[in-house]
Ligand binder design. Structure first.
Ligand code: ZN
Length: 131
């Protein structure tokens, strides 16, 4: 049986990260459909599951691989953005961010120093702000 299965899967794409997400979402839809009267979720769950099985059994390995790569890149981008937001939030606790009035350059100054004169690092414009 196992050998038969292995033979069957030969040359086919199989499971990947994108597939896990598809199956996960279809599970969520399935649960929603169980606890609600919205049949649409049941249909969506079946559709999504069907689509993922189609992907797993697909012989167009290259195409499926590209799909997964796209998804992984997108997820990586999200993680990077999230990190950046987190860092910025942490910096906002100790720094004030101002934009230079003449060139829009972002300038970071430490908080709690009273009125200070800021010199833009890019265009050397001076402007006064409360920090
Ligand atoms: Zn400037």
């Amino acid at each position: 049986m196992r050998q038969k299965m292995q033979h069957f899967m030969m040359g086919r794409y199989g499971a990947d990260q994108l597939g896990q997400v598809y199956l996960g979402i279809s599970m969520v839809f399935l649960v929603i459909s169980l606890f609600s009267r919205w049949d649409i979720f049941y249909v969506l769950a079946l559709g999504m599951m069907g689509y993922e099985y189609y992907r797993m059994l697909s012989r167009k390995v290259e195409k499926r691989y590209q799909e997964n790569q796209k998804f992984m890149n997108w997820r990586y981008g999200l993680a990077v953005k999230k990190n950046r937001r987190k860092e910025l939030a942490q910096q906002r606790k100790i720094y004030h961010f101002y934009k230079c009035p003449s060139c829009r350059q972002k300038v970071r100054v430490p908080k709690g120093k009273g009125k200070i004169c800021i010199t833009c690092p890019k265009c050397k414009t001076e402007f006064i702000k409360k920090s």
